[in-house]
Ligand binder design. Structure first.
Ligand code: NAD
Length: 483
C-alpha cells in the first residue's frame, strides 16, 4: 500500500448516501491507495485516500442521519439490516473474488466470509433486543431506555475485513446509531464495494465508508463528532485508540491481539482432534486473532499428535487463493510476511527443533508454508509473541495445574480451546483459563448470538450478542412515582 498522486480510484467511498472518489471537481489530483494482491504482488485496485474534508463530510453526514435514524423503531432498523444482508448475499461471488484478490485467502474461505457478513446482519435483525423495558410496582413505574450514542467509528484490520465490518455495522445500526466504517489500507476494496452496493439500501448517512492511509485512523478516532470507537486490531494500536478516545470521552470497544492456548488432554481421539486443532492454528494462514498460537499436548499423546499434525502441515496446499485446491493463501502484506519470516529465523537460530520447516518460496507473493516447532522453551519468542502467521509451537505438558499456569502466563487473554472426551474435566480446566472465550472440542469460531471479548491486554468490552448491542447505547432511567 502506497499513497500516490493520480490513477482513478477503482472503488468509491459512501458518504452521506453519495458515492465519492474525488473531492470537489478535481478528479485528476486525487490521492489514492494502491492495493496489492499478496499472492502476485500486482496492484489490483486503487482506493480513495480520504482528505480531511471528506472525513468531516462523512462524520457530519452520519451525525445528520442520526437525528432521524435514532427515532426509527427497532423493527424498522431490523428491516434495513435484513435488506442489506440480502443485497450482499446476491453478490457473494463477485465480492468473494475481490476479497481473495486483495486479502489472499482461498476463494472458498472468501465466499464463507461474505456469506457470514450477511448472516451477521440477519442474526442482529432477528435478535431479541428491546430499547425500552418497563417495570411496574405498587409505587413506581420505571422505564429503562437504551439510548443510541450517535456516530460510531468502526475500525477494521486486514485479516477478516468483511466479517469484522459486519460486527461493527450490525449492532451499531440496530441500536439506532449511525456509523463510519474504515477498512485497513491493505484491504479497503471489498468494504468499499459493499458500500457501493448498499448505497440505495440504507438511508443516506446511516452507513458511511471511508478509506485512507495510516493517518486516517488517528484522524477518525480523534474526531470530536465520534461518540464511540469500535476498534479491532493490534494491542499496540488499541492503546493509541483509547488515548484518542479519552479526548472526547468517546466510548470504546477494543478487540485486540491474542496468544491463544489450545490444550489437548490425553484421552482424545487423535483422528478427529488433530485436524481440528490444525485448522484452529492455521485457518487464514494463522492470521486470526483467535487462532491457537500455543498448542499444549499431554505427554502421553505428544509424539503421536505431533507426527500427525506435522504430516498435515507438510501436505496442505499453499498458493494463490484463486487456484483450485488451495487451502492456505499468502500472508496479507509484506510487513507481516517479514515479521513472520523473521520470527521463524529467530526460532531456528535459537536452536529450537522444527518438526516442519515450511518453505519460504522465492518469487512473487508473500507465501510461507506451515511451520511447526517441537516443544520450544516457554520463554522463547515463538511462545511469548503473537506470530499472526502460519507457525505454531507444540508444547509438552504433564499435569493440569502446570498447563493452566503456562496457558495463563501471557499478557493476552483472548480465547482458547480445550480438547478432551471428558467434558467435565475439560470444562473445569477451561474455567481456569484467563480468556474471554474457551471453545471445548470445537474450532474457535465466534457466533453472532454470544458475547465475545478479550481479557487482560486482549481488549475492553464485548461485541456480539445482546451485550454487544448494549455497548452501543447509553442507559436512561425514567422513574415515575405514582400519585
Ligand atoms: P492494526 O492495529 O495495525 O490496524 C487495525 C486498524 O487500525 C487498521 O484499520 C488501521 O489502519 C487502523 N489504525 C492504525 N493505527 C491507528 C491509530 N493510531 N488510530 C486509529 N486507527 C488506527 O492491526 P492489523 O495489523 O490490521 O491487524 C492485526 C491485529 O489485529 C492482530 O494483533 C490481531 O490479533 C488483531 N485482531 C484482533 C481481533 C479481535 O477480535 N480481538 C480480530 C482480528 C484481528
Amino acid at each position: 500500500m502506497t499513497s500516490v498522486i493520480h490513477p482513478e480510484p477503482t472503488h468509491r467511498m459512501l458518504i452521506g448516501g453519495r458515492l465519492v472518489s474525488a473531492e470537489g471537481d478535481a478528479p485528476d489530483v486525487l490521492n489514492v491507495l494502491d492495493v496489492v494482491n499478496p499472492a502476485t504482488e500486482e496492484i489490483v485496485g486503487h482506493a480513495p485516500d480520504a482528505t480531511d474534508a471528506q472525513l468531516d463530510a462523512a462524520v457530519s453526514a452520519a451525525r445528520r442521519a442520526f437525528e432521524t435514524w435514532r427515532t426509527t423503531s427497532v423493527d424498522e432498523r431490523r428491516a434495513v439490516l435484513a435488506a442489506c444482508a440480502s443485497t450482499v448475499r446476491a453478490h457473494v461471488e463477485e465480492l468473494a473474488v475481490l476479497l481473495t484478490t486483495e486479502q489472499g485467502k482461498p476463494l472458498a474461505d472468501a465466499r464463507i466470509e461474505i456469506a457470514t457478513f450477511a448472516d451477521w446482519l440477519d442474526a442482529h435483525a432477528a435478535m431479541a433486543y428491546t430499547d425500552d423495558e418497563v417495570t411496574e410496582t405498587a409505587t413506581h413505574r420505571v422505564r429503562v431506555r437504551r439510548v443510541p450514542l450517535g456516530v460510531v467509528a468502526g475500525i477494521v484490520p486486514w485479516n477478516y475485513p468483511v466479517v469484522i465490518a459486519a460486527k461493527k455495522i450490525a449492532p451499531a445500526l440496530l441500536a439506532g446509531n449511525t456509523i463510519v466504517v474504515k477498512p485497513s489500507p491493505f484491504t479497503p476494496l471489498t468494504t468499499l464495494r459493499i458500500g457501493e452496493l448498499l448505497a440505495d439500501v440504507v438511508p443516506a448517512g446511516v452507513l458511511n465508508t471511508i478509506s485512507g492511509g495510516d493517518s486516517l485512523g488517528p484522524r477518525l478516532t480523534e474526531h470530536p463528532g465520534i461518540r464511540k470507537i469500535a476498534f479491532v486490531g493490534s494491542t499496540a494500536t488499541g492503546r493509541r485508540v483509547m488515548a484518542s478516545a479519552a479526548r472526547n470521552l468517546a466510548r470504546v470497544t477494543l478487540e485486540l491481539g491474542g496468544n491463544d492456548p489450545a490444550i489437548v488432554l490425553p484421552d482424545v481421539d487423535l483422528d478427529e482432534v488433530v485436524p481440528r486443532v490444525f485448522w484452529t492454528c492455521f485457518a487464514n494462514s494463522g492470521q486470526l486473532c483467535i487462532a491457537a498460537k500455543r498448542v499444549y499436548v499431554h505427554e502421553d499423546v505428544y509424539d503421536a499428535f505431533a507426527e500427525r499434525f506435522a504430516e498435515l502441515a507438510r501436505t496442505v496446499k499453499v498458493g494463490n487463493g484463486l487456484e483450485d485446491g488451495v487451502r492456505l493463501g499468502p500472508l496479507q502484506n509484506r510487513a507481516q510476511y517479514e515479521k513472520v519470516v523473521g520470527l521463524i529465523k529467530e526460532t531456528v537460530g535459537s536452536g529450537a527443533r522444527l518438526l516442519v520447516e515450511g518453505a519460504i518460496p522465492d518469487g512473487p507473493g508473500y507465501f510461507v508454508h506451515p511451520t511447526v516447532v517441537d516443544d520450544p522453551a516457554d520463554d522463547s519468542a515463538i511462545v511469548t509473541r503473537e506470530p499472526f502467521g502460519p507457525v505454531v509451537p507444540l508444547l509438552r505438558f504433564r499435569d493440569v495445574d502446570d498447563v493452566v499456569r503456562r496457558a495463563n502466563d501471557s499478557e493476552y487473554g483472548l480465547s482458547g480451546t480445550v480438547w478432551s472426551r471428558d467434558i467435565g474435566a475439560a470444562e473445569e480446566l477451561a474455567a481456569r483459563i484467563e480468556v474471554g472465550t474457551v471453545w471445548i472440542n470445537q474450532e474457535a469460531i465466534p457466533t453472532p448470538d454470544l458475547p465475545f471479548g478479550g481479557h487482560k491486554a486482549s481488549g475492553i468490552g464485548v461485541e456480539n450478542g445482546l451485550e454487544g448491542v448494549l455497548e452501543h447505547t447509553d442507559t436512561q432511567v425514567l422513574s415515575v412515582r405514582r400519585a
